[in-house]
Design a protein around this ligand. Sequence first.
Ligand SMILES: O=C(O)CCC(=O)C(=O)O
Ligand SMILES: [Fe+2]
Length: 368
Amino acid sequence: MPSAVCPSAVAKPTIPKFIPAAPTKEKLDYVELVNLDLSKFENPETRKSLAKELLDGVIKHGFLTISNHGISDELCESQVNLAHAVMTLPAEEKAPYEATPEEDALGRYVGFKPAGKLGAKGGFHKTLDHYNILTYDPENHQHPEVLRPYVDEVNEVIGFIRHNILRKLLALMAIILEVPEETIASTHAFGKESTEYLRYMIYNPRTDEDNDKYRDLYLAGHTDWGTFTFLFSQPISALQILESSTNTWKWVQYLPQSLVVNVGEALELLTGGLFRATIHRVVKPPADQERHKRIGVIYFARPVDEVELKPIDSPYLKRLGIDKPLDEKVFNMADYLEARKHGYKRLDFDHDRPRTDGYHMDPFHGNY
Ligand SMILES: O=C(O)CCC(=O)C(=O)O
Ligand SMILES: [Fe+2]
């Protein structure tokens, strides 16, 4: 595959290699996702068919895979190694880089998920942790020592996802909505205040007792709050989506070297519901993988703070009759995040199993 972006050649301290689990041999009930081959973007004719495929994917499942995205295998691997190194730091080394309650209140959830009071609020279990790196970070937050020599690489990954992969998806959206490219691109204008971030995640294997307690759930059903979420494909099967046509949970299959992309609430609101923010969750992996650490590298794209979350002025949405705001009140992105954090539209999608008092948990305290 074409490798548009590779780790830079400057010598850095070596990060131990993370050995990922082998793909599962179990036959799981997988969802069939549309795959976008991004190499088709270059040619105007194949670009049009790619736009059709994107539309098909977001209508059907709100989840897709992307191949030929341009991030080299080497860089993907390096990011996973780095995520592993950061997420396995001892608690005392993480402590200075935890999000503060003030940052949390503003929706600038930066650094490690707090382990203290704030973190205990939602009954967060200690097997799951994350570290957020803001894209727009005027305060220039300091990173843990292990990450500092790699900040260039992290910025390279963020920059490539934003300026290349996301830009292409936004251009395909412009084709679908029959509007100028700039109309869509401006919703994610670079350098304006926004809450986008790259997230490193770890899911540590749990005891049978904890799995019972949390009903095999690692992350309860939810929809993401932004536009597109990009997940580096990873071999541990655990991600499931709620398939709307059957109302059943289906597994997302591991497709090596791809990105898994899903639609968030902001994009649903911007498209009058044409693009679907699909409910998903993370559950206990199959038996041949459940004793392995699961490392996540995820990019959350979001409109800039000032963008109003109402349908984009589009002839296509008008023809479909879905050009009116979906919600009674129209928020801009910043206010929407704040409202969501404080209980607006709080949804409980985890409806497939009986709820046990005290056992339900929302590890992100509603921060998606
Ligand atoms: O770990 C995963 O596969 C998905 C995580 C997720 O849904 C999220 O962080 O919003
Ligand atoms: Fe999610």
